[in-house]
Design a protein around this ligand. Structure first.
Ligand code: FES
Ligand SMILES: [Fe+2]
Length: 427
């Protein structure tokens, strides 16, 4: 394996193909990135009541996210402390106990070991208080978004998110009751590296009119080039959006109206979306009311697509496989028929068979193949578009530039390189 300093150059304008394909790099990522970062686990709307649980992953480690009897949220590794089987077999549900199928040890939803059926037959009783499920030591939530971290010393979640909160709130706070995750996530596996979807949805809106030329009209891309902003609030965290003129008609700014739900959903849906936009200024302020969001990314592997509201997590399954999880997100207080239409809008574009998702997925699979070929290591990928052209903005937090500037990816890879270097050489 190359040394990490050889994978990404100083200004991150050149990135080795091996970053996506080398098994040694992947092992460093597990410890340097996934072992030390806040990772998205789920949303509070998925586990409203004591005993509610959903499955999650932290890299390849299976995790149960559950609301305990006292109402607190807990995250435990879904692996029995007897022989390692998963103790929770359902994707989501409500329970009092997780019972391992092998020898029926049982655990509370908080992860404490309750019963060992075989112990009545032996004289020395095991100390069950030491045999609970492995806990994720840090679990915190912000605006209902729940994250966990295996590093006890990690900074608080709010600090980790930093100014990304300003941009997330542009959507989350737009709705009086916030948002909810609607139903179970779509999940599918691609022959690609986990960083490919992440990079795409951190800020790559430059491929829209090309890769998606059958769906995204040239005029839409013109608007992105004219009004689009790309922001990096901290390396690895970023957003892209259009900042619409203050006098733009409500139909041009309103979230959701340009999607299929808005176009085909009928008067009820359209009036609902207009009403949300009409009150946006009082809820999120003038600047954020004018934002028409595109893509968001939170380091390392959480993405959010604003226009077809979807949260996505890119779960690694080795250097050459990614299990993609994707949730439809809807305004919590919207009437049910409107939620259904918005969910259909999401799946038409960004579900596993979504029109845009299909094209993106194929691009990621092909890019992974390109990253795994021989005799081309002297041609690292070029990430230098717009190098050094980003800068502060009078109103928007973070570094800001045009969407064609690839600084969002350079900053991601600079942070990623530093994270790998921090564990390189440690056994
Ligand atoms: S492996 Fe879980 S009870 Fe034995
Ligand atoms: Fe795309």
């Amino acid at each position: 394996m190359l040394r990490v300093s050889e994978l990404v150059n100083e200004d991150a304008s050149l990135v080795s193909r091996r970053c996506w394909s080398d098994p040694g790099v992947y092992e460093l990522e597990k410890r340097g990135v996934f072992g030390r970062s806040w990772l998205f686990l789920g949303h509070e709307s998925q586990i409203r009541n004591p005993g509610d649980f959903v499955q999650a992953y932290m890299c390849e480690t299976p995790v149960i996210l559950a609301r305990g009897e006292g109402g607190r949220v807990h995250a435990s590794v879904n692996s029995c402390t007897h022989r390692g089987l998963p103790v929770c077999r359902a994707d989501h549900g409500n329970t009092r106990r997780f019972v391992c199928p092998y020898h029926n040890w049982s655990y509370t939803v908080e992860g404490d070991l309750v019963t060992i059926p075989q112990e009545s037959e032996v004289r020395n009783k095991p100390d069950k208080s030491r045999l609970g499920l492995k806990r994720v030591p840090r679990v915190e939530s912000w605006r209902g978004l729940i994250f966990g971290c295996f590093d006890e010393a990690v900074e608080p979640l709010e600090q980790y998110l930093g100014d990304m909160r300003f941009y997330l709130d542009a959507l989350l706070d737009r709705f009086p009751g916030g948002i909810e995750f609607m139903g179970a996530p779509h999940r599918w596996v691609l022959d690609a590296n986990w960083k490919l979807p992440v990079e795409n949805q951190l800020g790559d809106v430059n491929h829209g009119a090309f890769l998606h030329s059958a769906i995204i009209p040239r005029e839409a891309q013109d608007t992105i080039e004219e009004l689009g902003h790309s922001v990096v609030t901290r390396p690895g965290h970023g957003a892209t959006f259009r900042l619409m003129p203050g006098d733009a008609p409500v139909d041009e700014v309103a979230w959701g109206l340009e999607g299929m739900g808005g176009i085909f959903g009928g008067a009820e849906v359209q009036d609902y979306l207009r009403d949300i936009q009409a009150r946006a200024r009082e809820r999120v302020g003038d600047l954020r009311a004018r934002m028409k969001g595109l893509t968001y990314g939170i380091y390392p592997n959480l993405s959010f697509l604003w226009s077809n509201t979807s949260f996505k997590v890119s779960h690694p399954r080795g250097p050459g496989k990614v299990e993609y999880w994707s949730w439809a997100v809807v305004p919590a207080e919207a009437p049910d028929p409107i939620k259904q239409i918005l969910r259909t809008n999401y799946s038409s574009f960004f579900g596993p068979g979504g029109m845009l998702e299909q094209e993106d997925s194929e691009a990621w699979v092909q890019q992974f193949r390109g990253s795994n070929i021989d005799f081309a290591d002297d041609r690292p990928y070029f990430y230098g578009l717009g190098l050094g052209e980003e800068g502060p903005h009078p109103e928007l937090p973070g570094l800001v530039s045009v969407t064609a500037n690839e600084f969002y990816a350079r900053h991601f890879f600079a942070r990623w390189r530093d994270d790998l270097q921090a564990v390189e050489g440690l056994s």
